[in-house]
Ligand binder design. Sequence first.
Ligand SMILES: NC(=[NH2+])NCCC[C@H](N)C(=O)O
Length: 399
Amino acid sequence: MPAPKVDSEVGPLRAVLLHRPGAELKRLTPRNNDQLLFDSIPWVDRAQEEHDAFAQALVGRGVEVMLLADALVTALTDERAHAAAADTAVDRRRVGHELADALGSHLSSLPSAALADVLTAGMTFEELPDAEGASLVRRMHHPHDFVVDPLPNLLFTRDSSVWIGDRVAIASLALPARNRETALLDLIYAYHPRFRAAGRAYGAHSAPVEGGDVLLLAPGVLAIGVGERTTPAGAESLARSVFADGLAHTVLAVPIAQDRATMHLDTVCTMVDRDAVVMYPAVRDTLLAYPLQPDDAKGVLVSGPVPFLDAAAEAMGIERLRVIDTGLDPVTAEREQWDDGNNTLAVAPGVVVAYERNVETNARLEDAGIEVLRISGSELGSGRGGPRCMSCPISRDPV
Ligand SMILES: NC(=[NH2+])NCCC[C@H](N)C(=O)O
């Protein structure tokens, strides 16, 4: 079992945290899907098949796959985790005082596996056992309203935690639909035996930073997208934290458009080799960066903005960063960007997992000498996330 450590985007992947989508996806309806950050209603069985094939593609390359639900159940077997977990699921503002205590004691009485199910798939008022209070809140809510919200975006394990060197940063997720995910990751990293020795970087209660915005361009060099999710304060505070821990010498804060299509930096740019990225052509020449460096007096020294590609190459100590893009046809490029064509997961330098539907982007990757492991994502993609979003590398060999 390799020790947790990740210092690049492309070093041979040894272990990864995935979440096999489950009952939480069955909660999505046309009424709640926007709020829950899905663009359509996925066919769950097919999404699971696609996810199994994704996991299998990784296992076939020698990667150990850890599943979030299993890790959560293991963590919850620790009594302290079990007690804390029930607390994280009770939102007093929503359920009111009368029901909060009853809900808390109901959750505390559940075995670990059943508790993990509620924490991930949520619970409706109807599913709460009758004995648990007849409060006004309970009587006035519709039976299908959620007493505990489902977490369909757990699928995107990239966003909720990030390994930087041998430390793990629990993200601070910006939107209410995803907020509670961090509480689950917090329990896993605190109580799963495998992670007991792991140090923390950053804290769950700091300004918003999401893992999809964090790219480990090279050992000691991070890029952090700032846009719809990660805030300027989030990028600054993660930079302070990695500088203080000696995990990086340069952080590039990269402004990205505040749009659904580009909610994270990894929707427009991911690394496919030591010195190459796949990038959305529309941002290729306009992406900027504010280079940040540690400074004894000020904490964080800011310069720029300068062109991202130049700043990245300089910080990485290479002459230039090769860019593979989606071609010159802007319509194809826009379609494939939306379908996560730029969101690849490297399993080794020059070997990436990508959605098969992005035919043009994949062909251009292959023309540039990159090996592409294709997976289908017709259902998985309905939450707007590709192979990189759906994976949190725990261990990579050095590049
Ligand atoms: N790293 C990523 N690009 N993650 C995609 C996350 C998609 C998810 N539905 C959300 O809106 O949060």
